[in-house]
Design a protein around this ligand. Structure first.
Ligand SMILES: NC(=O)c1ccc[n+]([C@@H]2O[C@H](COP(=O)([O-])OP(=O)(O)OC[C@H]3O[C@@H](n4cnc5c(N)ncnc54)[C@H](OP(=O)(O)O)[C@@H]3O)[C@@H](O)[C@H]2O)c1
Length: 330
C-alpha cells in the first residue's frame, strides 16, 4: 500500500487546523481489517470532533469521519476476506482512532458490518450514523410495542440527518408523521419524505408553565433534546415513549416527573456508537429491507474530500439539510 490522502485535524495553540494531507500506511492504527474507503459522510459529531471546544476528539492528529464504507484489502479475521464490501461506524472511529475521511482505514474485526442485501457502498453512507440512529430509534420503539395504529409520531429536528431518515422510515412503514423544524424553506422537502403535519421549532421549544398538556403523540424520535424534549414529554400520550438521541437544542432537560408517573411515558436512550455488534448488524439488515426510508435520494448531497471542511462548518449552525455523502475512492 502506498501513501494515501486523508483529511487531518490537528490541535494547535488552542485551535484545530484541518487540511488534506498525505499519510503513510504505518500511520494507520492496529487492527485485523484494512479497508479501501469508498465513501464516508458528514455527521454533527464529525463537526464536534474538528472544533476546539467540541469535546469529542480524543487524539491529535486525528483523521475524523465516524462512518465509512469500502472494500476489504487485507484481513486476518475469520469470516472477513479481501474483496468484501463492509460498513464501519461508531465505537472509536473518527474520535479515538483514525476514521473515514481517508482513502484507507484499519479497524478491529468486531466493528465490521457486512454490506447487507438492499444496500451498496454509497447508499450505506447516505444513511450513515444518522440513518442508523433513526433506524435504531424506530427499532427500539417498535420492540416496545409501537405500531402505526397507535397514533401520530413526532420527529424533531426533521430536516437534519437523523430527523430526515426517521421521517422517511416512519412514513414508509405507514405511520402518521408529525415533524418540527426551524427551516420554513424546507416544508416541501419534508412533505415529500412523508410528513403529514409540520410544527414550527419555536412552538415545540417554547417554555411552558404546564407540566402536562393535551396528549398528542404515540411516540417521538428526538435528536434535538433540551426544551424540545421537554415539550415532547408533556404532550406524549399515555404509554408513549420518546427515543432520545441528540442535543442540537441543548443538553439540559427541564421537566417534571408527571409525564412518567401519570401517563406512564418512557424515555429510551439511543446510543448508536456503542451498540453491540449483533444488534448493529441486525439494524443494518433492516435498513436494507423493512426499514428502508422513503426519499433517501432527495436527502443526499455529495461532496469530495476537499469540500468536507465547508460542510463541517455549516452543520454546527444547523444549516445542512438531510445527509452529506463524501466520495473518497475513484
Ligand atoms: N445518540 C446517538 O447515538 C447519536 C447518533 C447520531 C446523532 N446524534 C446526535 O443527534 C443530533 C442530530 O444529529 P444529525 O446528524 O441529525 O445532525 P444534523 O444533520 O446537523 O441535524 C440537526 C438538526 O437539528 C435541528 N437544530 C439545529 N439547531 C437547533 C437548535 N438550536 N434547536 C433545535 N433544533 C436545532 C435542525 O433541524 P431543523 O432545522 O429541521 O429544526 C438541524 O438540521 C446531534 O446532537 C448528534 O450529536 C446522536
Amino acid at each position: 500500500m502506498d501513501s494515501f490522502r486523508a483529511l487531518v485535524a490537528e490541535q494547535q495553540d488552542g485551535d484545530v487546523v484541518r487540511e488534506v494531507r498525505s499519510l503513510d500506511p504505518e500511520e494507520l492504527p492496529e487492527g485485523e481489517v484494512t479497508i479501501r474507503v469508498a465513501f464516508s459522510d458528514v455527521n454533527y459529531k464529525d463537526a464536534l470532533a474538528t472544533t476546539a471546544k467540541g469535546g469529542v476528539a480524543q487524539i491529535s492528529p486525528l483523521v475524523p469521519g465516524i462512518d465509512l464504507s469500502g472494500e476489504v484489502v487485507e484481513s486476518s479475521a475469520d469470516g472477513i476476506s479481501a474483496g468484501d464490501e463492509v460498513i464501519v461506524h461508531g465505537y472509536e472511529l473518527g474520535v479515538a482512532r483514525h476514521g473515514g475521511f481517508a482513502e484507507y482505514a484499519r479497524v478491529p474485526a468486531d466493528w465490521v458490518v457486512p454490506m447487507p442485501a438492499g444496500l451498496d457502498l454509497r447508499r450505506a453512507m447516505a444513511l450513515g450514523t444518522a440513518g442508523y440512529t433513526a433506524a435504531l430509534s424506530v427499532h427500539q420503539l417498535e420492540e416496545r410495542g409501537l405500531s402505526p395504529d397507535d397514533g401520530p409520531v413526532l420527529v424533531t429536528g426533521a430536516t437534519g440527518g437523523v430527523g430526515s431518515v426517521a421521517v422517511g422510515i416512519l412514513a414508509e412503514r405507514g405511520y402518521e408523521v408529525s415533524v418540527s423544524t426551524g427551516k420554513d424553506s424546507e416544508h416541501e422537502y419534508l412533505r415529500e419524505l412523508g410528513a403529514a403535519e409540520i410544527l414550527d421549532r419555536e412552538e415545540v421549544s417554547a417554555a411552558s408553565e404546564r407540566p402536562l398538556e393535551s396528549e398528542r403523540w404515540a411516540a417521538a424520535v428526538d435528536p434535538v433534546g433540551g426544551s424540545t424534549l421537554a415539550y415532547a414529554l408533556r404532550t406524549m400520550r399515555s404509554g408513549g415513549a420518546a427515543a432520545v438521541s441528540g442535543m442540537t437544542g441543548g443538553v439540559a432537560l427541564e421537566t417534571t416527573v408527571l409525564p412518567f408517573i401519570l401517563r406512564g411515558v418512557a424515555l429510551l436512550g439511543i446510543d448508536s456508537p456503542q451498540t453491540p455488534i449483533e444488534l448493529r448488524r441486525r439494524v443494518w439488515e433492516r435498513l436494507g429491507s423493512d426499514l428502508a426510508p422513503r426519499g433517501l435520494d432527495s436527502m443526499v448531497t455529495e461532496v469530495g474530500l476537499e469540500e468536507v471542511e465547508g460542510v463541517l462548518d455549516s452543520i454546527l449552525e444547523g444549516g445542512v439539510r438531510g445527509r452529506t455523502v463524501v466520495r473518497i475512492g475513484d
